[in-house]
Design a protein around this ligand. Structure first.
Ligand SMILES: Cc1cc2nc3c(=O)[nH]c(=O)nc-3n(C[C@H](O)[C@H](O)[C@H](O)COP(=O)(O)O)c2cc1C
Ligand SMILES: [Mn+2]
Length: 490
């Protein structure tokens, strides 16, 4: 059974010993970040984690409890998707992808039950939802009811960091949901940090082209069942509905309820809903913000969100996250994305054996790809493929290694990749879109990338010297010594 809502997941985390309650009053301004950082770096924390999920029961200045670090471990991501291993989600996706191009009649018949199953994941409209237990309009709207974090000392203010931002494509009417941080300007106004290449920004641009002085309806949900809450950060194609995908992940449709003041639908089980609009002719300075790069992202001009109605549960939980020097909670979200979408990459590019994005590469800076190399220039072909694959376009450095390198063993990668390259020959630079947060590029959103072909070089690629074998002891000697081992006094 899918989690009903966020508090259902909180109960599960508590039962599994994955959550700690903090009952002391602490300030959402800086203090909660510092506590989260100490928990994240605790040498006694559970493996593959940044420590426990934390439920702050008494954030200073608010009556609303605050949940953070919720997804900060591999185990908690598995609990979120109700699987034993993240690869199980990948296998389910693979099953659906396999039916995309049915080869013959037999395959068509085989896929019928799967299609029916897919239909059963479509979001379901409902009349009412727990997210509307309290409805606030007019003078009753005040974002300071909620314990919104100011995370780091130089942050431009408080930021909502775990929102689901709902918009519609003004041309097709199709829904998009993205996780875009929102800087609080006052009781009813925030920034809207959808980066240039993101779907919310595209909706904004299309609407503005048609009606430069108009506005678009925007609604924001904060806190929902885990699959729904996480759906906002998934790098899925523009016309695939994130709420459908959430239904697929939780194996039960997401129930959607219409907003009070606009036509958008939001998850009925959400903790908090902000309804409002973004004006198409208004930009405002946003930032700085201590970001997941480990540096402050600089001030920039972004659209503005005006809140016209707030609805929430009687006793809402405020879901948030802290980003900062890696690794943080978001590393585990990214890791799940890496594992879940690997089969999608492999489907398109079967030569890909495995992919790794080290935490210190903060997702867009470094991707290590192992391929089964079949023809000259194959490594470079894969680099180009990755630079044209959805949000993988942002990848600043791609290292391509042969299939027998373990991409998750970074020591092995460094050793073997550096041994395999003639830098002048094997490094290529290309220009293209850059991640908005990349502060080193010559301009925002545009810059260079580097591909390193660290595969064995072939004669067919102009390398005519012999390529040496890796040093490995022969099996016969190993088993002789294994048999002798106990007698050696070592
Ligand atoms: C914690 C966290 C914070 C994020 N903040 C932003 C943000 O402020 N702006 C942004 O454009 N993307 C941000 N992202 C990444 C987007 O959520 C992600 O690219 C998502 O796929 C965007 O949805 P879209 O493809 O529908 O535009 C964030 C991701 C995480 C995990
Ligand atoms: Mn999208």
């Amino acid at each position: 059974m899918a989690y009903r809502d966020l508090r259902d997941f909180v109960r599960k985390l508590e039962k599994e010993g994955e959550l700690t309650r903090v009952r002391t009053e602490v300030d959402p301004v800086l203090e909660i970040t510092e506590i989260t950082q100490r928990v994240a770096r605790d040498p006694n924390r559970k493996p593959n984690s940044v420590g426990q999920a934390l439920l702050f029961e008494k954030p200073k200045g608010s009556r609303v409890p605050l949940l953070v670090n919720t997804f900060g471990s591999v185990r908690r991501m598995e609990l979120a998707f109700e699987v034993g291993r993240l690869e199980e989600v990948a296998d389910r996706i693979k099953g659906f992808l396999a039916m995309e191009s049915p080869q013959g009649l037999f395959d068509k018949i085989k896929m019928l039950p799967k299609l029916a199953e897919l239909g059963s994941f479509f979001p379901k409209s409902v009349k009412d939802g727990d997210c509307k237990e309290v409805v606030r309009t007019g003078a009753d709207i005040n974002l300071s009811h909620f314990p919104i974090l100011k995370c780091w000392p130089q942050d431009g203010g408080r930021f909502i960091t775990f929102p689901l931002v709902f918009t519609r494509n003004p041309e097709t009417g199709k829904r998009n949901v993205g996780m875009y941080r929102m800087q609080v300007y006052d009781e009813r106004t925030t920034g809207m940090h959808w980066q240039t290449q993101k779907h919310g920004a595209e909706h904004f641009r299309r609407a503005r082209a048609a009606n430069p002085d108009g506005r678009i309806p925007v609604s924001v949900a904060i806190g929902a069942d885990p699959a729904t809450a996480l759906a906002g950060m998934l790098p899925i194609p523009p016309d695939l509905d994130e709420m459908m995908f959430a239904g697929f992940l939780r194996r039960e449709p997401v129930e959607m309820v219409k907003c009070e003041t606009n036509d958008l639908e939001v998850p009925a089980n959400a903790e908090i809903i902000l309804e409002g609009y973004v004006s198409l002719n208004e930009m405002r300075t946003e930032g700085p913000f201590g970001d997941h790069t480990g540096f402050y992202s600089l001030e920039g001009e972004f659209p503005v969100f005006h809140v016209e109605c707030v609805t929430h549960r009687k006793d809402p939980i405020y879901l948030t996250t802290v980003v900062g020097p890696p690794p943080q909670e978001d590393y585990f979200m990214g890791y799940a994305v890496e594992r879940i979408f690997l089969p999608v990459m492999k489907m398109q590019y079967p030569e890909i054996v495995d992919v790794a994005m080290p935490a210190e590469g903060i997702f867009h800076n470094l991707m290590i790809v192992a391929i089964r190399k079949s023809y000259p220039g194959h490594a470079r072909k894969i680099m180009n493929a990755i630079w044209s694959l959805g949000q993988a376009m942002f990848t600043k450095v791609i290292v391509v290694v042969d299939h027998d390198v373990d991409v998750h063993n970074y020591r092995e990668v460094v050793w073997k990749a550096l041994c395999a390259i003639d830098p002048e020959r094997d490094v290529q630079f290309v220009m293209g879109p850059a991640d908005t947060l990349d502060h080193a590029q010559r301009m925002q959103d545009y810059g260079s990338k580097m591909g390193i072909d660290a595969t064995r070089k072939w004669a067919a690629e102009g390398f005519t010297r012999p390529w040496p074998d890796e040093i490995l002891m022969d099996e016969a000697t190993k088993s002789r010594i294994a048999a002798l081992w106990k007698t050696l006094g070592l």
